[in-house]
Design a protein around this ligand. Sequence first.
Ligand SMILES: [Zn+2]
Length: 453
Amino acid sequence: MSKKLLIKNIRSLVTCDKEDNVFKNVNLYSEDGIIKYIGKDIFEADEVIDGKDMIVYPGLINTHHHLYQTFTRNLPKVQNMELFDWLITLYEIWKGLDSETIRYSSLVGMGELMKSGCTTCFDHHYVFPKDASEELIDVQFGAATELGIRMHASRGSMSLSKKDGGLPPDSVVQSIDKILYDSERLVKKYHDRKDFSMRQVVLAPCSPFSVTGDLMKESANLARDLGVRLHTHLAETKDEEKFTLEKFGMRPLEYMESLGWIGEDVWYAHGIHFNDDELKRLADTKTGVAHCPISNMKLSSGIARIPEMLKLDVPVGLAVDGSASNDGSNLLEELRVSYLLHRLNSSKNAPTGYDILKIATKGSARILGRNDIGELSVGKATDLFMINTNRLELVGTQYDPKSVLGTVGIKGAVDYTVVNGNVVVKDGKLVSIDEEKITREANLAVEKLINKA
Ligand SMILES: [Zn+2]
């Protein structure tokens, strides 16, 4: 069945296309999740949305998350810690994760993302407790389908426990064989490499201090055999830099490069502590960075050198990171904070509000390896969100719709989110699930998890 959607009389359509077009008073027509027309003509459709007061933007794309962490937010004992102590403390709770906590935390985290304009979510799940089901990523894909969001999941992993000089406890690390076997199973079962795909799989060992060099190397080999992308945390803290220098005599990027982890099929979360030569190396190899400003501020990790990266054409995307260091999943908030942080740090060299929007759309699409999302033009996916400009808090902001998300910011939920041509958020509410029921059930699951620890 061919599903037809018409959004008519759009007040401003911010396309993020090559020419940076912003169209006024146009109609957007979509069939089967693909944009077929933008212009003045009218088409018959199954669903028609009136855009007369609306700004329409390309859907935001989240490039780093740990959805399970929505269950360990705002915990008093970790609020004043930096990354390593924060991780060591939280692993004691995370080792109790199971299918139920994964399902509800995925619904909660991706639900909040969709309410803040996100249409594609990448998640980095790497905690596979010994007693939990083997199929936690399968559960995540199930949650994404329930919500109607496009999902790139990863088979994350940890193989270096405390007794071998790593950070995590024994009960959450796995053998290389087990990890690689499950990685291949997931790619074969879920990875759809076609245009407009709703599900992709990434291989994502957790970090240099929770994974052996062998696992990094083997994961890179397997990912390249299977034709999927690679992701991990890198250059997040000075502690990590000290760790790789002491253990391997190399800086983090040099260490990862020695394991085959560089190139346009690789992107790193954070990328804060790169020096000038390393930034150039990233640019030359088109290795990407997922920028997570709120997490970096919360954990006092530092400020990623985004203005320099953009100048050098290092691929950069935006991300909320896990909810234990954010402590939310709101990409619109991330966008605004990113804008302000770089204004403070770089003044005239800071990215504009529109530059940050492009990081969160086209930039993010680029590091996920996708050409079919991240902008609104004919032939691209119908992934978008809409903001009704008739809001008290937007009075006086009408002169620059493409920058307003950074400069002014949107407080509260978006009016509509559309993924693959389907309305998934309407009037600020998720369409396919009962938010109040899921909230109640999720809070009960949170209690169970916290009481286990
Ligand atoms: Zn992370």
